[in-house]
Ligand binder design. Structure first.
Ligand code: ADP
Ligand code: MG
Length: 247
């Protein structure tokens, strides 16, 4: 196989073309950024961990009937995916108040929300990924009303599967970010990654509000032990996947 050509390098991954027009190879880096890339660093081994966790979770969601871009984990850091045209939205689902929701509202961190909150943020670093309204989305022609409803339905289903899955790992799924795209046939697919970079995950076996954090907030808030938190998530996710295989 010839050297794959780089199509795009983002903050956490590099996307390569493959010999098949309809497939891309994504390479997961150790680079970590926060606060719209104002804070930069490295989380040793993150690429392998996030590639492995994402592959496991996307594959799991696929087994539940969710259409995803996942095709195969090719190596520790490489995932083969269906090429999609990414819809420039960050679809965020929140079960418990944290992060920007607490900064922008009177909700307190840790407050359980009465229903899962689905939010759409514009994927645009220059604008700082602003929160959108459905009407703004519509007017910008980013997605049709039908697609917006489809995104929300999908996000809520994924939330239910992931809450249950992480629950069986003794982890609380606080919130997470999803990206979707359209494949060559126009099918809406869940794309990108699902990892401790893109989810807030709290350890149910730990009561301390700082020690329980198992996600990128450890890096954002300089809580230390970032690598071991990511490793812990990987270990529990893979153990649970193995358990499910044997049942
Ligand atoms: P970012 O800096 O935007 O977070 P990442 O480094 O996480 O970017 O990922 C690189 C890019 O790959 C992102 O723009 C993401 O939307 C895109 N991407 C993810 N999955 C696919 C796919 N299946 N097809 C095309 N692009 C994808
Ligand atoms: Mg990203």
């Amino acid at each position: 196989m010839s050297t794959p050509s780089k199509l795009y390098e983002g903050k956490a991954k590099i996307v390569y073309a493959t010999e098949n027009l309809q497939e891309y190879l994504t390479y997961f880096k150790d680079d970590a950024t926060a606060f719209n890339a104002l804070k930069k660093g490295t989380i040793m081994g993150k690429g392998e961990i996030n590639c492995t966790i994402s592959s496991a979770l996307l594959n799991y969601l696929g087994s539940k009937g969710i259409k995803t871009h996942f095709l195969a984990q090719k190596s520790e850091r490489e995932m083969l995916v269906k090429a999609v045209q990414i819809i420039p939205l960050e679809v965020v689902v929140r079960n418990i108040a944290a992060g920007s929701l607490c900064k922008q509202t009177t909700l307190l961190e840790g407050q359980k929300l009465p229903f899962p909150l689905v939010e759409f943020y514009l994927k645009n670093d220059d604008l700082g990924d602003p929160l959108l309204t459905v009407d703004r989305l519509n007017i910008m022609n980013i997605a049709t009303v039908e697609q917006i409803n489809q995104l929300k339905d999908n996000a809520l289903k994924i939330n239910q599967y992931l809450i249950e899955f992480f629950g069986s790992c003794d982890i609380t799924l606080v919130d997470f970010k999803l990206e979707f795209g359209l494949d060559f046939e126009g099918n809406l697919l869940l794309a990108d990654e699902i990892s401790p970079d893109t989810c807030r995950l709290w350890d149910n076996l730990e009561q301390d509000i700082e020690k329980r954090v198992l996600d990128k907030d450890r890096f954002r808030r300089d809580l230390g032990k970032v690598e071991s938190a990511y490793q812990q998530v990987q270990k529990r996710v893979l153990t649970q996947i193995e358990k499910l295989k044997n049942t």
